[in-house]
Design a protein around this ligand. Structure first.
Ligand code: G4P
Length: 319
C-alpha cells in the first residue's frame, strides 16, 4: 500500500491526465479519496465502468454530476465496447489540449479499486489478453506502460490503494458489488442493507424477480425470509436458511438478474459523505483527546493551564 502510494506520487509528477475507473453501480463509493488527494490539481477522467449492469438514468445523473466539476470529464463504458480507446483518447485530449504529437505525448495514469474492471479494460485497449483478469483483485505488480497511439501512453498503477471507508453505506455497497472480500463483511448483513435500499428504490424489480408484493412495506428481515422461502433456501424444520437467502440476493444483484441497478445517486452519496465526515471528525477529536491525556499521564507534555474564571483572583496555576 505504501509502495503503491509512493509509485503514484512519483508517476503523478509526469502525468497529464488521471483516469479513475469507477463502478457505475456505485460511483461515489468506488471512488478513492486517497487518490484524489495524491492527484490533486491534475485533470481527471472518470470512467463509469460496468455500465451494462447499472441503471442508465442514474448513470446519466452521475455523468452530469462529474462533467460539471472543473477539470473533470466523465464517460461510461462496459466490457462489450470492443474499442473504447477512441472515446478515452478524445476525452483526454479535451482535458489536456496542449499535449499530443511525438514531442509532447499524452501521459495518462489509470487507477481504480480492485474488481472495478481495470485489467479487462487494459486488455481491451491492448487488443490481447496479456494481463490476467478475474484473479485476486488488483494483481498488477509492476507499473506497465500501454501505448494506445504513438503519442498516447497509458500507465497502469501497480498494487492496490484502499481508501479508509468513512461512509457506512459505502462499505455495504462495495461488499454487495464484490469489490471487498467476504471476510470483511457478513453476507446476511450485506443482503439486509441491499434489500433495505432496493425495497425503497427498486421495489418493482424485487417484486418481479421473487414474485412478491408490497415489498416496500416489509421489514428487511421479513423480506429476506420471504425471498429464501420463495427460492427454496430452507433448512431443518422448514426454517429459512438466511445465509443461503443472502447469497441468492447478492448473486442476483451482481449478475443483474434483478435488472440494472445503481445503489446511489450523486445527491444521496453527498448526504452520506457529509454524515460520514462529521462522524469521522468527531472520532478524530475523541482520539486526539485520548492521546493528549495519555501523553500528560506519561508526563511527555505539560498539563494545560487551568482556564482562569472571572471571579478568580491572581494567575492561573501553571505546571
Ligand atoms: P480489476 O483488474 O479492476 O481487479 O478487475 P477485472 O478486470 O479483473 O474485472 C473484475 C470482474 O469484472 C471480472 O469478472 C470482469 O469480467 C468483470 N468486468 C469487467 N468489466 C466489466 C463490464 O464492463 N461489465 C461487466 N458486466 N463485467 C465486467 P469475474 O467474474 O471476476 O471474472 P471473469 O469470469 O469475467 O474472468
Amino acid at each position: 500500500m505504501h509502495l503503491t502510494r509512493k509509485a503514484i506520487q512519483e508517476r503523478v509528477k509526469e502525468i497529464d491526465v488521471v483516469i479513475e475507473l469507477l463502478d457505475a453501480r456505485l460511483p461515489g463509493s468506488s471512488a478513492n479519496p486517497m487518490l484524489a488527494e495524491l492527484t490533486r490539481g491534475r485533470p481527471a477522467l472518470k470512467v463509469l465502468n460496468k455500465q451494462d449492469l447499472a441503471d442508465p438514468a442514474r448513470t446519466a445523473l452521475w455523468l452530469d454530476h462529474y462533467n460539471a466539476e472543473p477539470g473533470v470529464r466523465a464517460l461510461a463504458l462496459d466490457a462489450s465496447i470492443t474499442s473504447p480507446a477512441k472515446a478515452l483518447v478524445q476525452a483526454c485530449h479535451a482535458l489536456a489540449p496542449n499535449r499530443g504529437g511525438m514531442a509532447k505525448p499524452m501521459r495518462v495514469l489509470i487507477c481504480g479499486i480492485p474488481n472495478v474492471g481495470k485489467s479487462t479494460l487494459i486488455n481491451t485497449l491492448k487488443g490481447k489478453r496479456a494481463a490476467k483478469t478475474g484473479d485476486e483483485a488488483g494483481v498488477t505488480k509492476l507499473e506497465q506502460r500501454i501505448t494506445i497511439a504513438p503519442d498516447f501512453y497509458l500507465y497502469d498503477t501497480p498494487g492496490v490503494l484502499w481508501p479508509r471507508i468513512i461512509v457506512t453505506q459505502s462499505g455495504y455497497n462495495l461488499a454487495a458489488s464484490g469489490a471487498v472480500g467476504r471476510n470483511a463483511f457478513n453476507d446476511e448483513e450485506v443482503a439486509l442493507e441491499l434489500l433495505d435500499y432496493l425495497r425503497q428504490h427498486y421495489a418493482s424489480a424485487l417484486e418481479a424477480r421473487y414474485r412478491l408484493s408490497a415489498v416496500a412495506d416489509q421489514t428487511d428481515t421479513d423480506l429476506l425470509e420471504a425471498i429464501g422461502r420463495q427460492r427454496g433456501a430452507l433448512q431443518g424444520g422448514g426454517k429459512v436458511n438466511l445465509t443461503k437467502a443472502a447469497e441468492i440476493v447478492i448473486h442476483d444483484f451482481r449478475s443483474a438478474a434483478l435488472g440494472r441497478i445503481t445503489l446511489e445517486t450523486p445527491e444521496q452519496f453527498a448526504g452520506w459523505l457529509q454524515a460520514g465526515q462529521a462522524r469521522d471528525a468527531e472520532r478524530q477529536l475523541k482520539k486526539d483527546a485520548f492521546e493528549t491525556a495519555r501523553l500528560i499521564r506519561l508526563k511527555k507534555i505539560p498539563r494545560p493551564a487551568r482556564p482562569r474564571h472571572a471571579d478568580e483572583g491572581g494567575d492561573a496555576p501553571s505546571d
